[in-house]
Design a protein. Structure first.
Length: 280
């Protein structure tokens, strides 16, 4: 299969979302820029609503290396007031943090009233890179999945709007994006030994992804899968998903409509729970 749109929406799987572009043709740049502008205007409405009403919003950006998380975050934030919106991208934990409760260093970065926080990778590091690369024990991994539903439920029940976005990219596109980074002096800093290992551990990351999306997805804190094989569509439709979900003032429902289903899907609709490990 070449394009996700060749499959009926109700039959889409995570493999379709990851292995194929949404459509045969890429979105035209003029249309992309026009739509992005309208969406960013809506984001400013959201920010004003968040500030005026004391809301709290958290958006997690997760996915394989080079899945397009950083580019999407930039489109979310580039016109927002930085005083009320910030990006959290934590480095590896120091000795003190390693001795703490796993979620502790993330809690301090959660938003206060009137603030939007975007996590460029999050506590789900433990469910992905840490278990794949051997940075945590199987016991710590299992404990993470036992605790994360309750942790996130507490965050949401405190009044925080929590979005969990998984950006899906094909092996072919990941490799191409890695090659582009290596050859671009302005982006070489993005490459790390962990990135280099990502291609050789593709299947391990796939198993970790499946376990993560199944075992931490629930109606209160659901996962959303974004097909990021075409970056521009991924950017505008992930923004649209957030806008469509929130009930903010002066909302333009035509702009903030439901996202394109060939780009954005609920994880529960594209994941199969069969054959996945359980955590007791």
């Amino acid at each position: 299969m070449t394009h996700a749109s060749e499959v009926p929406v109700g039959e889409l799987s995570i493999e379709h979302m990851e292995d194929a572009t949404p459509y045969p043709d890429k979105i035209k740049n003029s249309r992309y820029l026009d739509e992005l502008r309208l969406l960013q205007i809506e984001l400013l409405k959201v920010q004003q609503w968040v500030k005026d009403s004391g809301q709290r919003v958290v958006i997690l950006f997760e996915g394989r290396d080079a899945a397009g998380k950083g580019g999407s975050i930039r489109r979310f934030t580039e016109n927002l007031n930085p005083r009320g919106a910030r990006v959290v991208a934590l480095s590896k934990p120091n000795d003190t943090e390693r001795g703490q409760w796993y979620f502790q260093r993330y809690v301090q970065h959660l938003p206060t009233a009137g603030e939007i926080v975007l996590f460029d990778r999050s506590w789900y590091n433990r469910g992905g890179v840490e278990i794949v690369m051997g940075f945590c024990t199987p016991q710590e991994y299992g404990e993470f999945f036992r605790q994360v539903p309750g942790f996130e439920r507490s965050v949401v029940e405190s009044g925080t709007h929590l979005f969990k976005l998984w950006f899906a990219v094909s092996r072919k596109n990941q490799k191409k994006r890695f090659d582009d980074r290596r050859n671009d002096p302005l982006r070489q800093w993005k490459m790390s030994p962990i990135d280099e290992a990502a291609l050789s551990k593709w299947d391990d990351y796939t198993r970790a992804r499946d376990a993560m999306l199944v075992h931490s997805d629930n109606p209160t804190t659901p996962w959303t899968v974004v097909n990021s094989n075409e970056k521009k569509r991924a950017r505008i439709e992930s923004i649209r998903h957030v806008l469509h979900t929130l009930d903010y003032e002066h909302k333009d429902h035509e702009v903030a409509r439901a996202p394109d289903p060939f780009v954005v899907q609920a994880a529960a609709d594209v994941m199969s729970p069969s054959g996945l490990p359980t955590f007791e």
